[in-house]
Write a protein that binds this ligand. Structure first.
Ligand code: ZN
Ligand code: ZN
Length: 387
């Protein structure tokens, strides 16, 4: 992939990959990570986890690395709602728990633990190794850390891991809802890629066909393996994790998240901010993204029928949205993998969802179907929902 994008004909500068090693197999930790640590001759390692991921991966890493180098385990604590969140309290206590002479961190957990570790590694100027415990999100290899600062979610550019070691047997033990969340994050590429394409056609936004193609290929290989993801087979989980990693690497090389994040992510961020404001427990990122993408696909299909007094817009809507799978088809895939398909399953009320559809586009400058809908007041012209 490195060479493919390196030789890219789009005029943008693509960033060279700084990740030295990516391993997704059953010996990722006991063989590959151990030999990586030995070769790098790290002096002091801190494994960052929470009480759940400590049981899943932390303790095992401790015993594998003990004797090779000095190794400490740092367990992050959940907040009152029961979530470990990447907020000031957790970030300060994590930084405080990392001795100054530490030369590498290991993120042993899912998305949030990675974001906390990414931030700490960046602040300390040291590398970190990624050990995902669930195939739940595409951000493991990215440099952006979504943090909650002053009660608001903001993405800060920090650093990507030095290497990623994903143990398939650990990933297969992840709860089905986390597997479905990873699938939901991939499902979101259906609408994020459509949004990027629409913006290219309407606004001449810089577009990298290679990046879009690689992301689409990763998406398609997921869609072809839903049976195996539902069963959590070795191959199904490997393909899901590989697709998530590929999507993350594309973002890293583009140095932005355009390929992987569109209107569906803005809806998800909006709902997440509302949950923070109301101190509600957070729902898995990929669950919200999946539901949002299903909803948007339905809306985008409906737009094809709407009479719009703008020829270029009409042509664009037709050419981009016609080829999208229907919301119903996407819901079938999501359901098959064990995930939610509608926001009411996530306890999001109809009124809040309407507010999200109307306002989420304001969160980012990025042009998406949501912005287009707002610009032409299209929502009032269609009836959405799958009955
Ligand atoms: Zn995502
Ligand atoms: Zn390119």
């Amino acid at each position: 992939m490195k060479n493919t994008l390196g030789a890219c004909h789009c005029k943008a500068d693509h960033f060279p990959l700084t990740i030295e090693k990516i391993v997704i197999d059953e010996h990722a930790i006991d063989q590959e990570l151990v030999s990586f640590v030995k070769t790098a001759s790290f002096q002091k390692i801190v494994i960052v986890c929470d009480n759940i991921t400590d049981q899943i991966a932390g303790k095992r890493l401790m015993s594998l690395l003990h004797g090779i180098t000095e190794v400490i385990s740092l367990q992050l604590e959940a907040n009152k709602a029961g979530d470990v969140t990447a907020d000031e309290r957790t970030l300060v206590s994590a930084l405080n728990g990392i001795p100054l002479d530490t030369d590498v961190l290991i993120a042993a957990g899912a998305g949030t633990i990675h974001d906390i570790v990414r931030f700490c590694a960046y602040q300390r100027g040291i590398p970190f190794l990624s050990v995902p415990t669930a195939p739940s999100v595409d951000g493991f290899t990215s440099a952006g850390a979504p943090l909650i600062l002053n009660g608001k979610k903001q993405t800060i550019q920090t650093k990507a891991p030095l290497a990623l070691f994903a143990d398939i047997n650990i990933l297969r033990e992840a709860p089905q809802q986390m597997v479905a969340a990873g699938f939901g994050d991939m499902l979101g590429k259906i609408t994020s890629l459509a949004d990027w394409e629409v913006s290219r056609l309407l606004n001449a936004e810089p577009y990298c066909p290679t990046a879009a193609r690689i992301t689409k290929t990763a998406l398609d290989q997921c869609l072809a393996r839903t049976d195996e993801m539902a069963e959590k087979t070795h191959e199904g989980i490997r393909i899901l994790m590989e697709s998530l990693v590929i999507s993350g690497l594309v973002m890293l090389m583009l140095d932005h998240s355009r390929s992987a994040s569109g209107g569906e992510h803005h809806l998800s961020h909006f709902l997440e901010m509302k949950a923070l404001e109301n101190q509600k427990r957070q729902v898995l990122h990929g669950a919200k993204v999946g539901c949002a993408s299903i909803l948007l696909a339905d809306i985008y299909h409906s737009l094809i029928q709407v009479d719009i007094d703008d020829d270029q817009m009409k042509k664009t809507i037709h050419s981009v949205y016609k080829g999208l799978p229907s919301g119903q088809k996407m819901a079938e895939w999501m359901k098959h993998v064990g995930g939610p398909t509608e926001f009411k399953e996530l306890d999001v009320e109809e009124s809040l969802l309407s507010e999200a559809l109307a306002c989420a586009h304001q969160l980012r400058d990025r042009y998406t179907g949501l912005k287009m809908i707002d610009q032409y007041d299209l929502l009032s012209k269609i009836k959405h929902g799958r009955g």
